[in-house]
Design a protein around this ligand. Structure first.
Ligand SMILES: Nc1ncnc2c1ncn2[C@@H]1O[C@H](COP(=O)(O)OP(=O)(O)OP(=O)(O)O)[C@@H](O)[C@H]1O
Ligand SMILES: [Mg+2]
Length: 356
């Protein structure tokens, strides 16, 4: 009994102090946060390509994760809101404790799940498709449950316009990086001796054919997890939890199927883990291989078999679009960005071959 009371006390003091810091902007917010956490702080890990930092902290012998973003923090604000929405709809996430967004900072306080290992970590360590599939299916089922509760019909033209606007915005951001502009404008890209159309051509091929757009664009949107790639699916023995939801606009469920296809068929996890070889051999010619992940190869086949053909094509299309849309966020790392671009080119190639 006393342990429970003490546990609650420490955690609520921590949450209270975080809330104070959220509302009280101070110069040097980052060091003042570290000072406030004091010897409760076990480890701070900066995100790979987002402006957030994860602080692993201890309260009463338990470990918690505080995800923090300083300054204008719309993404974190939306993330906190997503957790609150899911709870309001009767589907609370067990890791979520609290979160807050203020002028000083935005934070999420989560229970720590296992050692932070993800399905990607498991797959790269050689886990079987069966084991990986159980975690992925659990994550996907909870996403679909939320989607079904909230979905509504929309005009597909509206969904397509959103996709077009997102790409146009990312293209403008890409303009700040000359190497990325060159990649995005390339008409043909040669990968391991095989010439393929660059993404600009692939996009025109789809966007200029209204029948193709109609076939590849879903007509229902709802609340979805919004970033269901295998680096956000955490595993702890046989248990599964998903972190890092993307709040904001309602999305088609294929948005998340697309994130899974990026992981299972697109090589996204291997690139993020630096497990690829890339060599530029000409203006737009590359030798490029991502590490073979046998568990994903088999699981990708299972996922494709679980979808009907149109859902699968829509997911493949989304996955290719995701690769293109994410490029400016990675652009300070040129090699990684080029690898992600080539993953997108290969997925577009696969999509267009299936549509032919
Ligand atoms: N509640 C948690 N328990 C244990 N580990 C966690 C938890 N939340 C996050 N992590 C670890 O931190 C990593 C990054 O978290 P998250 O995906 O929320 O942040 P991010 O901004 O997307 O960062 P990145 O771009 O590095 O993925 C996760 O992949 C996981 O390893
Ligand atoms: Mg993440």
């Amino acid at each position: 009994m006393s342990r429970v009371l003490r546990f609650r006390g420490e955690l609520s003091v921590l949450a209270g102090r975080l809330r104070e810091q959220a509302h009280r902007p101070v110069p040097g917010a980052e060091s003042s946060l570290a000072e406030m956490l004091g010897d409760r702080l076990l480890l701070a890990v900066r995100s790979h390509n987002t402006p957030s930092t994860l602080y692993y902290v201890q309260a009463d012998g338990e470990t918690y994760v505080v995800k923090v973003e300083f300054g204008r923090a719309q993404t974190m604000r939306d993330e906190v809101q997503w957790y609150r929405d899911a709870a309001r709809r009767g589907l609370p996430r067990p890791l979520f404790i609290t979160g807050h967004s203020g002028r000083g900072l935005s934070f999420l306080l989560l229970k720590c799940f296992g050692d932070g290992s993800t399905v990607d970590d498991l797959a790269l360590a050689g886990a079987s498709a069966g084991e990986l599939g159980r975690h992925v299916a659990r994550a996907l089922d909870s996403d679909i449950e939320l989607f079904h509760l909230t979905q509504r019909h929309v005009d597909p033209a509206q969904v397509h316009r959103l996709a077009e606007r997102r790409l146009a915005r990312r293209r403008r951001q890409a303009g700040a990086f000359p190497f990325l502009r060159t990649l995005l404008d390339a008409a043909v890209v040669t990968v391991n001796g095989e010439a393929m159309p660059g993404v600009a051509r692939c996009l025109s091929r789809v966007f200029e054919d209204p029948r193709l757009v109609a076939h590849l664009t879903p007509d229902r949107v709802g609340v979805t997890f919004g970033d269901l790639h295998c680096g956000n699916i955490l595993v702890d023995g046989g248990s599964t939890e998903v972190v890092d939801p993307r709040g904001g606009p309602l999305l088609p469920i294929t948005y998340d199927y697309g994130k899974l296809v990026q992981s299972l068929e697109g090589g996204y996890g291997a690139v993020m883990a630096g497990r690829y070889v890339l060599r530029r051999t000409g203006e737009t010619e590359y030798e490029f291989t991502t590490e073979d992940v046998p568990g994903y190869t088999d699981l990708g086949v299972l996922l494709a078999a679980r979808c009907d053909e149109r859902l699968y094509l829509q997911s493949l299309y989304q996955a290719a679009l995701h690769f293109v849309a994410m490029l400016p966020h990675h652009a300070s790392a040129q090699e990684e960005t080029t690898a992600l671009y080539l993953c997108g080119v290969s997925l577009f190639d696969k999509l267009l071959a299936q549509l032919a």
